[in-house]
Design a protein around this ligand. Structure first.
Ligand SMILES: NC(=O)c1ccc[n+]([C@@H]2O[C@H](COP(=O)([O-])OP(=O)(O)OC[C@H]3O[C@@H](n4cnc5c(N)ncnc54)[C@H](O)[C@@H]3O)[C@@H](O)[C@H]2O)c1
Ligand SMILES: [Zn+2]
Length: 405
């Protein structure tokens, strides 16, 4: 038996933010990030709509990108004081993910972070509050997913919390919020979205319900991401929808080792000046993982189907896989994302020597490989790598060398 879970209601299209007026309750918290929602007026509007719905509103502001365990605990404490019956999270994946974890801790104050990270082990929520998510980036689709990614900075590791309990009750996918994204954010979040769709399509948990969403999202992103990056604002709406479809697919079909590797490298070099931004990590690793997974016959066939659907040509599956890899690398070039960690510079721009020195990478390689294999996303990858293979794969992602194993 398999399960397919998405939010009960999804409001979409320009102006959909107004749907906040329809929520019924007494008190709502709005969780937001560093200030973009306030700056562009969306926070004021959300607050006004909730007040119009008769609710008292409190703000939890300043949730940082790649939120920490400490931020989750701080927010949960505020929720315990204010006792909201709606948690409204607005912004990129970071504030929405943090709010999901705060929600668990609000409902179960004694739960530890380790207990939250037990895959599909979250106790029943909605005894105190319901959850509404409003994305402002076109990538993570956390507004429809059963996931939340929280970073333990002591360990330098991102942990996925995964359970359908944290799939939001209401999602509001309003393209107005995505229009203010700067160019690089469009690139990163868009590559995150296509990675979700590709990984969901070849996941061992793919099924008849998730395939149509995954494949259609891939087609939309192929058509709309680069023009959106280059300033065609009419593409922001379709990209917002495409990433959401990809999210419905992967929340129910799960992901693969591109995400395992992104989770375990993202914060691993934070002491050397920067995160490897989630979407950029995915963009660099996806072509390598496709080459690795394509040794599995079923995965190869399914990558071939993706290439067919994208109209890439090729007369057999080997050719189709190569063309798919070439196409995705071309997207990285169009979006000015490097092909490997070695060339990963500030804000993900390609440069000769990026911020991760070779000796540091090699020193940490074994631990990262072990952690990546242990990531929740590895189980549904079509080919299970050994630690040795994972190390080799990560090396290919560092040096941009060919995957021939
Ligand atoms: N829960 C899931 O299913 C899931 C899936 C993939 C990734 N993630 C996680 O989500 C996080 C990344 O989220 P993200 O890529 O959405 O970025 P983010 O939330 O980290 O935001 C990045 C930056 O963009 C700014 N920003 C956001 N929206 C904006 C807008 N419309 N205009 C201008 N600036 C804006 C933010 O203020 C922030 O400074 C990572 O921690 C990643 O691991 C979660
Ligand atoms: Zn992702």
């Amino acid at each position: 038996m398999a399960r397919f879970t998405i939010p009960r209601d999804l409001y979409h299209g320009k102006g959909a933010l107004e749907a906040l007026k329809t929520l019924k309750g007494k008190r709502a918290v709005i969780c937001v990030g560093g200030g973009s929602m306030k700056k562009f007026g969306f926070l004021d509007r959300a607050e006004a709509y909730l007040k119009e719905a008769g609710m008292e509103v409190r703000l939890i502001e300043g949730i940082e990108p790649d939120p920490s365990v400490e931020t989750v605990m701080r927010g949960a404490k505020e929720m315990l004081e204010f006792k909201p019956d709606w948690i409204v999270a607005m912004g990129g994946g970071s504030p929405i993910d943090a709010a999901k974890a705060m929600w668990i801790k609000y409902e179960y104050p004694d739960i530890t972070f380790e207990e939250m990270c037990k895959i599909f082990g979250i106790p029943e929520l909605r005894k105190k509050a319901k959850f509404c998510a409003i994305p402002s980036t076109s990538g993570t689709a956390t507004e429809v997913t059963a996931f939340s990614i929280i970073t333990d900075y002591q360990k330098g590791i991102k942990y996925p919390i995964a359970d359908f309990e944290i799939t939001p009750d209401v999602a509001i996918v309003d393209p107005d919020l995505a229009e203010t994204m700067p160019q690089k954010l469009v690139a990163h979040t868009g590559m995150d979205a296509i990675t979700h769709a590709v990984e969901a399509y070849v996941s061992t948990a793919n099924n008849d319900y998730t395939d149509p969403m995954a494949i259609f999202a891939i087609k939309m992103i192929q058509k709309d991401l680069v023009p959106s990056y280059n300033g065609d604002m009419s593409k922001r709406g379709p990209m917002h929808n495409a990433q959401c479809l990809a999210g419905m697919a992967f929340s129910n079909a799960l992901l693969g080792i591109v995400h395992s590797m992104a989770h375990k490298t993202g914060a691993a070099f934070a002491d050397f000046g920067a995160h490897i931004i989630h979407g950029a990590a995915n963009a660099m690793y996806l072509p390598k993982v496709i080459a690795f997974n394509a040794k599995d016959p079923t995965a190869k066939k399914r990558y071939g189907e993706i290439a067919d659907y994208m109209g890439l040509g090729g007369s057999n599956d080997d050719e189709k896989v190569s063309l798919l890899i070439k196409y995705l690398r071309g997207m990285c070039d169009d979006l000015k994302i490097p092909h490997c960690i070695k060339n990963y510079g500030a804000d993900s721009y390609p440069c000769e020597q990026g911020f991760v020195p070779e000796d540091v990478f090699l020193n940490r390689l074994h631990d990262i490989a072990v952690n990546a294999i242990g990531d929740a996303c590895t189980g549904s990858n079509p080919r299970q790598p050994s630690v040795e293979e994972m190390e080799k794969l990560l090396k290919c992602c560092y040096y941009d060398t060919e995957v021939d194993f």
